[in-house]
Write a new protein. Structure first.
Length: 136
């Protein structure tokens, strides 16, 4: 029985949306923008969003028997799945990025602090995982 193949995430297109800075600022503006969904003093946690996306990809691939090691950036494909099938599956998962980002944005919007009631989003508030406090 063959053990399968290890491929690199980059070769499978997994990092196609890894520049979340451009995605988030293009869609939702940055902290100073009037349309921004961030509260006063909040900034996007770009590293956290990227890590969240890659965890989502890992979980989606795992449901098909493909193991994505986020730390090593290696994708272990079982012998029962061809490299072509793995690439198509990865493309399908990665094509779900816009919907995943929409959900993330909805979470952040739902937890935006109302300055009349409170100034800072709490750790348990909706969207807190995806934002950080500005160091400025």
């Amino acid at each position: 029985m063959s053990e399968g193949t290890t491929l690199w995430a980059e070769d499978l297109g997994i990092h196609r949306h890894s520049d979340v800075y451009d995605v988030l600022t293009d869609r939702e503006g940055d902290r100073g923008s009037p349309a921004s969904i961030l509260g006063a003093g909040e900034v996007w946690n770009y590293a956290g969003v990227t890590e969240g996306w890659l965890r989502h990809v890992r979980d989606q691939l795992a449901s098909h028997g493909i193991r994505y090691d986020v730390d090593d950036d290696a994708v272990a494909v079982p012998a029962s799945v061809s490299a072509r099938e793995a690439a198509l599956l990865c493309a399908t998962v990665v094509d779900g990025f816009p919907a995943w980002i929409d959900q993330l944005i909805s979470e952040v919007r739902a937890g935006k602090p109302d300055p009349a009631q409170w100034d800072v989003r709490g750790d348990a508030d909706s969207g807190a995982l995806w934002i950080a406090m500005s160091q400025e």
